[in-house]
Design a protein around this ligand. Structure first.
Ligand SMILES: [Zn+2]
Length: 185
């Protein structure tokens, strides 16, 4: 599950590619067509572009099934319509393992997608959470990753998101940013 086209690739596509390569059936569910404009109009991503890039990225990973819903990119909510949309896919796919956003991510659509996935997957055995280091930034609750899988296919998938590279530059495929400087008091 991802709120936007690029979230899964940024945070869990090494895992997705490894599962596909091992013969597992992997399906992506994305909550929005991911069009985006900053408050000052500085960054615009067209829905058609984001969808095309997302489909290319999934194909690069060997993921054949990708569902893209139409909740608003900046305002995916943790409400019943979102929970039931996820529920429908989880039930249809008979998922044994579900990957989703960590609910303390600073982007409300990421956090709410995480919470809605937990609600929708309440009868499933495994819900695993992911958190990209870039571009999420800091949070008031620290994420403690327990598994890293980074393989070349992940970088190839990320490079399909050309419009995101325009926004974030090479930060997008760095595993870590440098240490964050604390202000002097
Ligand atoms: Zn996102």
């Amino acid at each position: 599950m991802g709120a936007h086209l690029d979230d899964i690739e940024l945070a869990a596509s090494g895992t997705a590619a490894r599962l596909v390569n091992a013969g597992a059936q992997v399906r992506f569910l994305v909550m929005s067509t991911s069009e985006y404009t900053s408050y000052n109009g500085s960054h615009f991503c067209d829905a058609d572009v984001a969808v095309a890039e997302g489909r290319e990225a999934a194909a690069t990973l060997g993921v054949k099934e990708i569902d893209i819903l139409r909740f608003p990119a900046k305002d995916v909510e943790n409400h019943s319509a979102v929970v039931e949309s996820i529920n429908e896919v989880v039930d249809d796919f008979r998922a044994t393992m579900v990957f989703t956003h960590w609910p303390f991510n600073t982007h409300r659509s990421h956090a709410n997608t995480g919470l809605a996935t937990i609600a929708a997957s309440r009868y499933d055995n495994s819900v695993v959470m992911y958190e990209p280091i870039v571009p999420s930034g800091r949070s008031y609750v620290g994420f403690r990753p327990q598994l890293y899988i980074s393989i070349e296919q992940k970088l190839q998938a990320l490079r399909q998101h050309k419009s995101e590279y325009e926004k974030y530059g090479e930060h997008l495929d760095r595993r870590r940013r440098g240490p964050i400087a604390l202000p002097r008091l």
